[in-house]
Design a protein around this ligand. Structure first.
Ligand code: KG4
Ligand code: ZN
Length: 350
């Protein structure tokens, strides 16, 4: 390990980053970890919508079809060729194994053909690092609330690449709860943005849904009870022949999720003695969560950070941001890099 800091690098570092862990085929060129020169995202949502969720086999095939074009486009927009790059970075976990493998194979091929260093990136580390792009002043340590379709984590970001997980979900991820409740009220996939939109027309206090607390683990989350409560409420209405006001259900459910997320994040920040909170992951684009977290931080004098919505959901710019800090620390992967579907945060292969 070289352990250089960004200031010690005289040369600008251009990284081509690739992300294919789920249903977005994405590539980006990032300069010095914080400046995005291009950010191309080819979404497969329209295809998976038909099935009400991501179909892994279809995702892998579509990644194969689209990845070369997405990379070409990102280089064109950045005004660069493969010869101008300093490294190639790729998400190698966690995610769908077949989907991850497409990005990993592509990155390895480019690394081999152009003799470029290869940097494998943890997907969640990417989500957290999305905050560095638009907040040039943000440096660790800080607390990050990571809320995506597959993960709900409260993380203490101790330094670049150094994470301590303070809390995690015991069952469903926050995004998963949004998607399942959206399906139950007939909104379709992906549910998060649809609930967000519909909730604006509803009353968040119309229905009181339970907020799970886990006594021995105050930073852990549980959303499956809330999801069941929404399903029971809907069934109850149907059985009694009472009308269902979907907007009220959406707003009340969303409030229950947001309240718990913000409460836990606030106590984590208070106990850590730090004064910075960042949001990350697809659910971090939720308007109610952004507003509630911003308000709670302002009341307590905590500095609040969140990426623009396009950098919250899956993209490759965030992978390029994370990869830069790995790169300058000397992290390199070999051509034996493999996809690791259940990769743990902080676990490194190199
Ligand atoms: O981070 P992401 O793009 O993919 C994963 O790594 O999982 O997160 C996708 C999740 C989905 O569950 C989606 O419904 C949720 O993020 N999501 C939202 C919103 N936009 C996306 N949830 C709530 N409100 C939103 N506006
Ligand atoms: Zn993600």
């Amino acid at each position: 390990m070289m352990n250089k800091t960004s200031e010690e690098y005289e040369k600008d570092i251009y990284i081509l980053a690739i992300e294919s862990s789920c249903d977005e085929t994405a590539a980006s060129v990032v300069k010095n970890g914080r400046e995005v020169l291009s950010n191309i995202i080819s979404s497969q949502i329209e295809l998976h919508k038909l099935y009400g969720g991501v179909v892994p086999e279809i995702a892998s095939r579509k990644h194969i079809e689209r990845i070369n074009q997405v990379i070409e486009e990102t280089l064109t927009v950045a005004g660069m060729t493969l010869d101008d790059l300093d490294a190639v970075a790729v998400t190698y976990g966690p995610g769908l194994v077949g989907a991850l493998l497409v990005g990993v194979a592509e990155a390895k091929a480019i690394s081999y053909a152009k003799n470029l260093p290869l940097v494998g990136v943890h997907h969640i580390e990417g989500h957290i690092s999305a905050n560095y792009i638009e907040n040039k002043d943000l440096e660790p340590p800080f607390i990050c609330l990571v809320v995506s379709g597959g993960h709900t984590h409260l993380v203490r970001v101790k330094d670049y690449g150094e994470y301590e997980i303070l809390g995690r979900t015991r069952d469903d991820a926050a995004g998963e709860a949004f998607d399942k409740v959206a399906r139950a009220i007939g909104l379709g996939y992906p549910g998060g943005p649809k609930i967000d939109r519909l909730a604006k027309e509803g009353n968040p206090d119309a229905i009181v849904f339970p907020k799970a607390k886990i006594a021995e683990a105050p930073y852990d989350f549980s959303f499956s009870g809330l999801k069941s409560a929404v399903l029971n409420y809907l069934n109850g209405c149907k059985m009694k022949g009472e009308p269902i006001v979907e907007a009220d259900v959406a707003a009340s459910f969303q409030k229950a999720v947001v309240d718990v997320l913000v409460e836990h994040a606030m106590s984590a920040v208070a106990e850590s003695g730090l004064d910075k909170l960042a949001l990350a992951g697809g659910v971090a684009s939720n308007s109610a969560l952004r507003l509630a977290a911003e308000k709670a931080c302002a009341q307590r004098g905590i500095r609040f950070y969140r990426p623009s919505p396009i950098l919250c959901t899956d993209n490759a710019a965030m992978i390029g941001a994370a990869a830069y800090y790995d790169y300058i620390r000397g992290v390199r992967h070999g051509l034996d890099l493999n996809a690791v579907p259940n990769l743990k945060l902080g676990e490194r292969l190199a």
